[in-house]
Write a protein that binds this ligand. Sequence first.
Ligand code: GLV
Length: 329
Amino acid sequence: MSKPKVLITRNIFPEAIEAIKEVAEIDLWTDEMPPTREVLIEKSKGIDGILCLLTDKIDGEFMDNAGPQLKVISQIAVGYNNIDIGAATKRNIPVGYTPDVLTHATADFAFTLLMSAARLIIPGHTAAHDGSWKTWHPLHFLGQDIYGSKLGIVGMGRIGFEMAKRSTGFDMDILYYDVDRREDLEKELEMAHVSMDELLKDSDFVSIHVDLNPTTTHMFSDKQFKQMKSSSVVINAARGPVIDHMALYRALKNKEIAAAGLDVTEPEPIPDNHPLLSLDNCLIVPHIASATFATRRAMSNLAATNLINGLLGKSLSTCVNPEVDIKKI
Ligand code: GLV
């Protein structure tokens, strides 16, 4: 019997590829850049499974073009806003994703952004390198205190909670906003569930950990930045479109808030003429919060396991739409 066919849209860790090879015939896209829409559509015809990335748009058209034999979509990311989950569910296709394995690396990184933006690490590094550091000066490179400050977490999921845990080492007070109050987590950690208005008004740091959906798109715009303290710092390691970037630009430029640390932007990459890039109080890095060797290896392996399980008709280890993931063998 011939092996099922799978498309893997970017290079992942070799052991994950090897594991998939045991059960499937692989078409591996090895370019650094993503396949174009046309190429993705063309390559997907007749596949039984796909291992995809957040840069690949996987919608109903893609699924229909692939054909009715498409058994599984396995995303190597915890976020899956690039996939039309409703369309997959309608077609009985389970969608895998990679939660948990990246929680610590992502929370570590969000905290790194918080500290770096608060304490002007990038402007300081630049000054040390370009000769503009002339002397120690009592009024140069002044940032925000982290110890004993108030951290407002927007979205108390796995990563938000780990961010909260990290802040306890700095004796920070924790506020959080989430549509669901997490009394279970409040038993583990002292933190107050507050309204979004209160969180914005009271926090010294606002760290965003929501998924991207219609209600969180541009959840941060002019109104929200105006509610924040002028000394506050906003961190986004979730999804770029949660922040209206021109509103953020205005807020940073007009000193309505002190600084921002962004792992994610809208769009990605951020265009090189984007006004945010002209500001030295806006730290931007290229969507790398989960980028450690161990975490990306674990993500590769989990995405491979989900793909293989889907091909073999077994339950996925981590499935976005478990209602269609009832097993067939
Ligand atoms: C990365 O952003 C992810 O969703 O895993």
